[in-house]
Write a protein of this length. Structure first.
Length: 167
């Protein structure tokens, strides 16, 4: 049975989520095999890349809401650090695609959106009953999030391009 979410329900979630995120999100990610530390923004860019499927800088910039020149600067820094590489498209060498390197894949896999110690600190501010209710609520929202994602994907199936899939 599906019950329509009220505007009050939406407002409560929209109010609570940023507070939890701000309290717990990881500000930086350290390369597990080196001393390099990447910002949350750099990790966000790398989160849109993989080793197999290349992304055009212009598509990535548009998706992330920045100019192509700004994205190019970020990609250049990540390339200099050895986390991404630029490749010419096989069918048209003038078109450049960006992919993760092995090192980029490694650090992306080590990255977590939330910082474990910050989450621990947040949970310690709750009594056991409130903690259990909160975690059960988050688990229910995660299940609903998976269902919503699958529903969007099935609506988009049959013609969605890789670029559309990024949104």
């Amino acid at each position: 049975m599906t019950v329509r979410a009220t505007s009050g329900d939406i407002a409560r979630l929209m109010d609570a989520y940023p507070k939890i995120y701000f309290a717990c999100h990881a500000r930086h990610t350290r390369d597990p095999d080196g001393d390099q530390v990447l910002s949350a923004h750099q990790m966000s860019i790398m989160g849109h890349l993989d080793r197999i499927h290349g992304e055009r800088v212009t598509d990535l910039a548009e998706h992330m809401g920045v100019t192509a020149s700004t994205m190019s600067l970020h990609i250049k820094r990540l390339e200099h650090l050895g986390y991404v590489r630029r490749d010419g498209l096989a069918t048209d060498g003038r078109v450049i695609e960006v992919r993760l390197t092995e090192a980029g894949t490694r650090i992306r896999e080590a990255h977590h959106v939330l910082d474990t110690e910050r989450v621990r600190e947040l949970l310690q501010h709750l009594d056991p009953k409130a903690r259990e209710r909160g975690l059960a609520g988050l688990e229910a929202l995660a299940i609903a999030g998976g269902a919503a994602t699958r529903a969007r994907s099935s609506r988009r199936a049959g013609g969605a391009t890789r670029r559309e899939a990024l949104t």
